[in-house]
Design a protein around this ligand. Structure first.
Ligand SMILES: [Zn+2]
Length: 193
């Protein structure tokens, strides 16, 4: 046992990893929203929850009699990264599907995103010239900058649909979010037959 191992589920008496059927009874998660970590875009998960109408967000903790946090009522989770790109969120989709029954994955790109100030080549060149580091092949090239919102949303939904990390039954959506008005516009929808 190391310092914090008492806080691991796998170390709890009676917990059997091989019999674990997920945590949906504790948290009824069904939707993952991928968006930019720009603080001006922080209301995106709430806007998506309102758009769908059947989501609980932000929800609240569920406590046991001792006050331990044993669950939550939230149904919609958010994953943030630079630009809100699907390529950088694939591991989260896979991990969330193991823990929960992911039904929807939503990509939201927002107006005046920092990633519209650059191109993939400028970012790669910055690391080459200033840090003598080659990041050219580390990442999905077209995910390094948003060159066109419609194209970036279509790219990300197509990337999710073709990824083995995204179960084929998952419904995919791409939205544009205007940061000043909070207006959400659906641009792409990919619902499996
Ligand atoms: Zn942004």
């Amino acid at each position: 046992m190391s310092l914090f191992s008492a806080y691991e589920y796998r170390k709890q008496p009676g917990f059997d990893m091989n019999a674990f059927h997920g945590a949906n009874e504790a948290i009824p998660m069904k939707t993952l929203v991928i968006h930019c970590f720009d603080p001006r875009a922080v209301e995106i998960p709430k806007a998506v929850a309102e758009y769908f109408g059947d989501e609980v967000y932000p929800g609240e903790n569920i406590l046991d009699e001792a006050g331990n946090r044993i669950g939550h009522t939230r149904t919609l989770f958010s994953e943030t990264n630079a630009g809100g790109r699907a390529a950088f969120a694939l591991e989260s989709v896979a991990a969330m599907d193991y823990l929960f029954s992911v039904q929807n994955v939503v990509v939201v790109h927002h107006s005046f995103c920092g990633t519209t100030t650059l191109t993939p080549e400028l970012l790669i060149g910055e690391f080459r010239d200033h840090y003598h580091a080659d990041i050219a092949t580390m990442f999905d090239h077209d995910s390094l900058a948003i060159m066109d919102y419609e194209a970036s949303l279509k790219h990300d939904v197509a990337l999710l649909r073709s990824s083995p990390a995204v179960p084929k039954h998952v419904k995919l959506y791409g939205f544009f979010y205007e940061i000043s008005t909070g207006k959400l516009t659906e641009v792409v929808r990919d619902i499996p037959a």
